[in-house]
Design a protein around this ligand. Structure first.
Ligand SMILES: Cc1cc2nc3c(=O)[nH]c(=O)nc-3n(C[C@H](O)[C@H](O)[C@H](O)COP(=O)(O)O)c2cc1C
Length: 310
């Protein structure tokens, strides 16, 4: 079984990837999406999103990292894919699942699931622009309003030359509302002969087992669950004990102290508070600690408060 750390814009950044992959149990990370409109980004921009490009495209623990692109213009997408691949991204992933209104209004993300032909063109152009030894993958939802076109979309992605497809088992309209329809991934998996990765609502080892059984997929991708319980990957892969609260606090401190290539004021306090919103789902202690830090603005004050718990 392979486990992929999900791309999460505004949440899973370089530092988060470093910390979460330290166990060595992830097989791949996908970056936050790079939104492509009508320009080719400079290498410095890709390196900012994915500093791992300067380290062989891997995190320090050796987990490969793949840049994700989002956009509707096949040519611009292909040109940016070529740059990312040249810089050493471990393949290129394409986002066909983003439900954000601003993105969809500009015909990017999940809205394209209404146009399988466009998916095909984008994947094909990217596949042609990226050297053959570097994989091209895509991530889709089941559809926009309904799952009626799910098989057509999957087929278009496969025919365009994708080497792997991740399916978040919900439509765009369903947002993040449970349940994820893992059984529909099974229909998609049977329809195309490339590896399909199941994604959506895997919060525990039991969920991972059930998802794999219902979807028939060998491999899974985990996102929010990996932030709620930071060692979920090890819990699933090697039946590790769930990380105790004190260790989660130590991880929060490491996250806060992580040196980043560029750091705006206020960035870290807000990211730390955001992580708490996930930790609260698994750790009752996180509710209490969050109350103590939620009004603090200074990073030092926040770290000092967390240190008391660690
Ligand atoms: C805050 C947030 C940001 C996300 N950003 C991205 C993204 O940049 N690219 C992408 O393909 N999916 C993105 N997703 C979707 C996740 O990768 C994943 O498909 C979804 O959360 C379902 O998986 P989960 O239940 O394991 O979290 C995002 C989800 C969330 C909650």
């Amino acid at each position: 079984m392979k486990i992929i750390l999900a791309p999460m814009e505004g949440v899973v950044d370089y530092a988060m990837r470093e910390l979460l992959t330290a166990s060595g149990h992830y097989d791949l990370c996908i970056t936050e999406f790079v939104r492509v409109v009508d320009q080719v980004y400079r290498p410095a921009f890709f390196r900012k999103i994915c500093p791992e490009l300067d380290h062989g495209g891997k995190t320090r623990s050796g987990t490969p990292v793949r840049v994700q692109l989002l956009g509707q213009h096949a040519d611009w997408m292909a040109e940016n894919a070529a740059v990312a691949a040249h810089l050493g991204s471990r393949g290129v992933d394409i986002n066909f699942g983003c439900p954000a209104k601003t993105v969809n209004r500009h015909r990017g993300g999940a809205v394209l699931l209404q146009e399988p032909e466009t998916l095909y063109k984008i994947v094909k152009a990217i596949r042609q622009a990226v050297p053959g030894h570097q994989p091209v993958s895509a991530k889709m939802r089941l559809g926009y309003a309904t799952a009626d076109l799910a098989l057509d979309c999957a087929h278009a992605i496969k025919s365009g030359g994708a080497n792997m497809l991740t399916v978040h088992a919900r439509t765009k309209i369903e947002g993040y509302k449970p349940p994820a329809h893992w059984h529909i991934i099974d229909d998609i998996r049977r329809h195309i002969n490339i590896p399909v990765v199941a994604n959506g609502d895997i919060w525990s080892r039991a969920d991972a087992e059930k998802c794999r059984r219902l979807s028939g997929c060998e491999d899974i991708m985990i996102g929010r669950g990996a932030l709620c319980l930071p060692n979920l990957v090890s819990v699933i892969k090697v039946n590790a004990a769930p990380m105790p609260w004190k260790e989660a606090c130590a991880l929060l401190i490491s996250y806060a102290c992580f040196t980043r290539p560029s750091q705006q004021r206020g960035y870290l306090p807000s990211r730390i508070k955001q992580w708490f919103s996930y930790l609260k789902r698994h750790y009752p202690e996180a509710h209490i600690l969050f109350e103590k830090i939620k009004r603090l603005r200074q990073l030092d004050e926040i770290i000092a408060m967390i240190r008391k718990e660690a």
